[in-house]
Design a protein around this ligand. Structure first.
Ligand code: PHE
Length: 342
């Protein structure tokens, strides 16, 4: 058999091996066997130079043609195999999207957090900005700057946790009023949610609880603006029918000072045996007042030019009322049997 015949035979053999390969891996073996570095055809091509001159051309041509044909067959068959393998893989990996998924236990927000979010959203809607401050506060911001000088009896009302070096756990969110005013010029419109601390523990008092402070300072603000703002908030929180009333009160950093009650959102004042308002018809809601000029002066605002109002409410208390919870301490015990009811 001369070289050309041998090449022809190799080619036929290779083509049928290609056609018989059942997978891309098998096909690769075929390629190596017939076209690889030590394949017979490859060697034949390498040794063409040693052939008698008159044979070189013909043998070379035959070898190249055979190589090309085998390559074409390889790539065609490879394409077919890859497509088939892909098809098979997709079939095997198919996901049944109608199967029910793994259910995840879904949590929810704490009742107090729901109240905080709702109140904050209301004030953000009016154009207020959220401000925050540290829970470990200096005596100055918690008391002195709020017109409660050292030795003043008003300090006693706050059942303060004193730390070393003139630091306290803040007893209210009002120090953030001072921090905010020191940091910017009027007009100020901020809403300040935060944790506060007092030495107190019974069914309606916990050593840590939440407050939401509000502060507005601008030209021409009056008690009417305070009342209108808080009445709108009460209606948004407890329902459109909610009425509000102001009672005179006292805070060192507001003058005049008021407490605001809202009409009972359960009985509206009509049920002497109402469990929520205990027949009073009204629920205590928050403390507020016009910012005392002494506080404005302390932060460098001119009280002749600017007036302001401030208010502070307890979202834990509001959540108790809204969800009918008798004991404030339940909010902080993290008992899932309790929390899951909301
Ligand atoms: N900081 C007061 C308190 O905790 C509440 C308050 C805030 C009153 C703002 C008036 C104005 O009792």
């Amino acid at each position: 058999m001369d070289a050309t015949e041998r090449i022809e035979k190799l080619k036929t053999e290779a083509l049928s091996a290609v056609a018989g390969a059942g997978s891309t891996a098998e096909l690769e073996d075929v390629r190596v066997k017939y076209l690889g570095r030590s394949a017979e055809l490859t060697n034949t091509k390498k040794s063409i130079g040693r052939l008698p001159a008159e044979q070189r051309r013909e043998v070379g041509r035959a070898a190249n043609l055979a190589t090309r044909e085998i390559e074409e067959a390889l790539s065609e068959h490879a394409a077919r195999l890859t497509a088939a393998e892909r098809e098979a893989r997709l079939k095997a990996e198919a996901v049944d999207i109608t199967l029910p998924g793994t259910p995840y236990p879904k949590g929810h927000l704490h009742p107090t957090q729901r109240v905080i979010d709702e109140v904050v959203d209301f004030f953000v809607g009016l154009g207020y900005r959220v401000a925050e401050g540290p829970e470990v506060e200096t005596d100055y911001y918690n008391f002195t700057a709020l017109n409660i000088p050292p030795g003043h009896p008003a300090r006693m009302m706050q059942a303060t946790f004193f730390l070393d070096d003139g630091l306290v756990l803040r007893t209210h969110t009002s120090p953030v009023q001072v921090r905010t005013m020191l940091a910017q010029e009027p007009p100020v419109y901020v809403i300040v949610p935060g944790r506060v601390y007092r030495r107190d523990s019974d069914p309606t008092h916990t050593p840590m609880f939440n407050q939401i402070e509000g502060l507005a300072v601008d030209r021409g603000l009056s008690l009417a603006h305070l009342k209108g703002t808080l009445a709108a908030m009460a209606r948004s929180f407890f329902g459109e029918k909610t009425k509000t009333r102001f009672r005179p009160s006292y805070f060192q950093f507001t003058e005049p000072s008021v407490e605001m009650d809202v009409s009972c959102f359960v009985c509206g004042g009509s049920d002497p045996n109402c469990k929520v308002c205990k027949g009073a018809g009204w629920l205590e809601m928050l403390g507020a007042g016009m910012v005392d000029p002494a506080v404005l002066e302390e932060v460098g605002y001119d009280p002749e030019e600017y007036t302001g109002f401030a208010f502070g409410m307890g979202p834990d208390r509001m959540a108790m009322v809204r969800y009918g919870i008798p004991d404030l301490r339940l909010f902080f015990e993290g008992d899932l049997r309790f929390l899951r009811q909301f």
